[in-house]
Ligand binder design. Structure first.
Ligand code: NAD
Length: 318
């Protein structure tokens, strides 16, 4: 079987191996594939592996040898799954691989807001401590989390994992989810969205991007939050109306926002969050510790092997 990996770089920039795929066929790996080269690079391959490279109906029409599409991610909106279904091509995804890594990143971001470790370390290296008249100094307010309330919107796998860590920090956990479950009740109190906005000192977003969640953090919802709230977003950028958040950050209504995801990625130079002194922005790295990527690689190869063996798993479109 000919296998083409269209954009393998973010999954494996060189610290992992494609050998599990190589055991299944003749593999060609491209770091990235520009749109105009997709059809040519797929050629007569039967299996196509993509992360963010789009697989449109037109591409499927132009590449009749495709029998299988594997997405190297949980979200599979880059593939026209309907068109693939019409042609009987299974599309698979990786349902879960990075829950603990994303939950850990929530706290990397939150602790950065609380302690500004990076900035303080840089200040020390720049000589500010050597020149300081006192035995210590701090350049930002320092925040203790114990006793504070964390509101988690979307209390699924990652939300609940983040909730467990919040509890370990001594925080009270509130959650909002359309589908409450017993595991969630062990971790936090389910409340309405308005109650979560009103009571939370920290709000962390973990619901998927749906039409009804797009733009849910906006002028109106921010108005319902406590003054000085901290907002963390490791889910999807378009959950937030960035202009409204930027204004609230400038006004101090929102004390700080830490986002691993933004509305357009890579971030546009004109993104309003870039201009906020109290925003922390990371380049969509929550999923990317080597351990998570290695897990993702294993599952992606197992997905292809299961297809070859005639018993496909993690199929999202058939
Ligand atoms: P999950 O499906 O386990 O949990 C999502 C939860 O959101 C579910 O409990 C669901 O009931 C709930 N939900 C659905 N609609 C809702 C709504 N309208 N309001 C409130 N809650 C709603 O998913 P997960 O594995 O916990 O992942 C959560 C999100 O994290 C994903 O959608 C993805 O966008 C994001 N993610 C980001 C990274 C990263 O690198 N930053 C990595 C992986 C996942």
């Amino acid at each position: 079987m000919k296998i083409v990996i269209l954009d393998g770089y973010t999954e494996n920039p060189g610290d992992l191996s494609w050998e599990e795929f190589e055991a299944l066929g003749e593999v060609t790996v491209y770091d990235r594939t520009p749109k105009e080269m997709i059809v040519e690079r797929i050629g007569d391959a039967q299996a196509v592996i993509t992360n963010k490279t789009p697989m449109t109906r037109q591409t499927l029409d132009n590449c009749p040898s495709i029998r299988y599409i594997g997405v190297l991610a949980t979200g599979y909106n880059v593939v026209d799954t309907g068109a693939a279904k019409e042609k009987g091509i299974p599309v698979t995804n990786i349902p879960t691989y990075g829950t603990t890594a994303v939950a850990q990143m929530v706290f990397a971001l939150l602790l950065e807001v609380c302690h500004h470790v990076g900035a303080h370390s840089q200040a020390v290296k720049d000589g500010a401590w050597s020149r300081n008249p006192d035995w210590c100094f701090w350049n930002y307010p320092l925040i203790e989390l114990a006793g504070k309330t964390m509101g988690i919107i979307g209390f699924g796998r990652i939300g609940q994992a983040a909730g467990k860590i919040a509890k370990a920090f001594g925080m009270e956990v509130l959650s909002y989810d359309q589908y409450p479950n017993d595991a969630g009740r062990q971790i936090g109190e389910y409340v309405s969205l308005d109650e979560l906005y009103a009571r939370s000192d920290v709000i962390s977003l973990h619901c998927p991007l749906f039409p009804e969640t797009t733009g849910m953090i906006n002028k109106e919802s921010i108005a319902k939050m406590k003054k000085g709230v901290i907002i963390i977003n490791t889910s999807r950028g378009p959950l937030i109306v960035e202009e409204d958040l930027a204004e609230a950050l400038h006004q101090g209504k929102v004390y700080a926002a830490a986002c691993d995801v933004v509305s357009t990625e890579p971030i546009r130079p004109e993104n309003p969050l870039l201009g906020c002194y109290n925003s922390i922005l990371t380049p969509h790295i929550a999923w990317a510790p080597k351990e998570s990527r290695s897990r993702l690689m294993d599952i992606a190869a197992q997905n292809l092997k299961a297809f070859i063996d005639g018993a496909p798993v993690n199929v999202v479109n058939l």
